[in-house]
Design a protein around this ligand. Sequence first.
Ligand SMILES: Cc1cc2nc3c(=O)[nH]c(=O)nc-3n(C[C@H](O)[C@H](O)[C@H](O)COP(=O)(O)OP(=O)(O)OC[C@H]3O[C@@H](n4cnc5c(N)ncnc54)[C@H](O)[C@@H]3O)c2cc1C
Length: 380
Amino acid sequence: MDFTLSEEQLMIQQAARDFAQNELLPGVIERDDAQMFPAEQVKKMGELGFMGMMVDPKYGGSGLDTISYALVMEELSKVDASASVIVSVNNSLVCWGLEAFGTEEQKEKYLTRLSTGQSIGAFCLSEPEAGSDATSQKTTAVDRGDHYILNGTKNWITNGNSADIYLVIAQTDVSKGHKGINALIVEKGMPGFVIGPKENKLGIRGSDTHSLIFNDVKVPRENRIGDDGFGFKFAMKTLSGGRIGIASQALGIAAGAYELALKYSKERKAFGTEISNHQAIAFKLADMHVQIEAARHLVYKAAWDKDNGHDYDLSSAMAKLYASQVAMDTTVEAVQIHGGNGFVKDYHVERMMRDAKITQIYEGTSEIQKIVISRSILKK
Ligand SMILES: Cc1cc2nc3c(=O)[nH]c(=O)nc-3n(C[C@H](O)[C@H](O)[C@H](O)COP(=O)(O)OP(=O)(O)OC[C@H]3O[C@@H](n4cnc5c(N)ncnc54)[C@H](O)[C@@H]3O)c2cc1C
């Protein structure tokens, strides 16, 4: 077993680390405060190849492996989890799904724009009454021969307003249940497509989350991904890979908070010595270190499974479940180690604590990950 990263992976990791320090760190507090989308930074990430990391270079992608993607996600998330979720959705939920299941025409038309960052993608599954229970789709795509008529509302959509290409899951044939669901490519500006209000969130405030409303939107048939009825499978397959992205995001938030807490503990003095010399603080740091390393191994294993053609439904669910718990635990302790300073914005850890929470909710809550995991282990 070889745990060494390749030269190329180390280079990409360093590039992401440099980008995070030089381009994301300045202004991260202000963007969080103002709920400001990092448009300039996303453009630069497109130029660096971070928006289509695993996409074939013939469609403008970087042609890298999932481990490299996880490394980049970790480094970006150490500093700015709002920026990293934009990257994760674009890479895992939009580019990957299009490349794996789209037609050649769809890839040429949409994938190149998405993987170079010229366009931003959004993945639209959740609805007011269909979150964890994603089969309860109320959005309908009525088949009218050469086009579909799309009606309904999607909730909580990341990149909701910043995106220009949307993968929308909708029910075509109710009698077929989840086998009657389709995935359609919808473009911003299609008549009847309305962007709803922006959510005012606890964390990842720099990413824009919106509801989307579809009123008789005419979507050409050639915009359907896969065969008729493939939409639910498409969503589940795509989310399985997406969980590696969110697990890496959680890992990065935890690692970022840990690094800040470690540094602070060696500088801050109480009772005549650095607080790291108090065993209560040193043990917190020890626990954080072990948990982060364990999360990292789960994340890399899931990425490795995907890269090597193994099933990764179980490993990605385990990585997300565990890494998101570590993100919560570590950020709470990082605030504690910072004392009063942890409670104010300047020291970053309070933002990280707020950002960490979402990793236990989106792309399948922790409870849903446990359903995936328990089903998998019980069927063996
Ligand atoms: C900031 C943000 C960004 C998001 N981005 C996107 C996006 O880009 N695209 C998209 O499609 N969606 C997105 N979502 C939606 C997200 O995926 C859902 O919020 C999530 O899947 C949970 O669904 P829900 O909110 O309806 O909660 P519910 O499904 O109502 O769950 C409520 C609670 O009940 C629990 N629960 C539900 N069913 C079970 C069960 N069977 N067993 C045990 N517990 C259960 C849940 O775990 C949770 O604790 C986003 C959400 C947020 C907050």
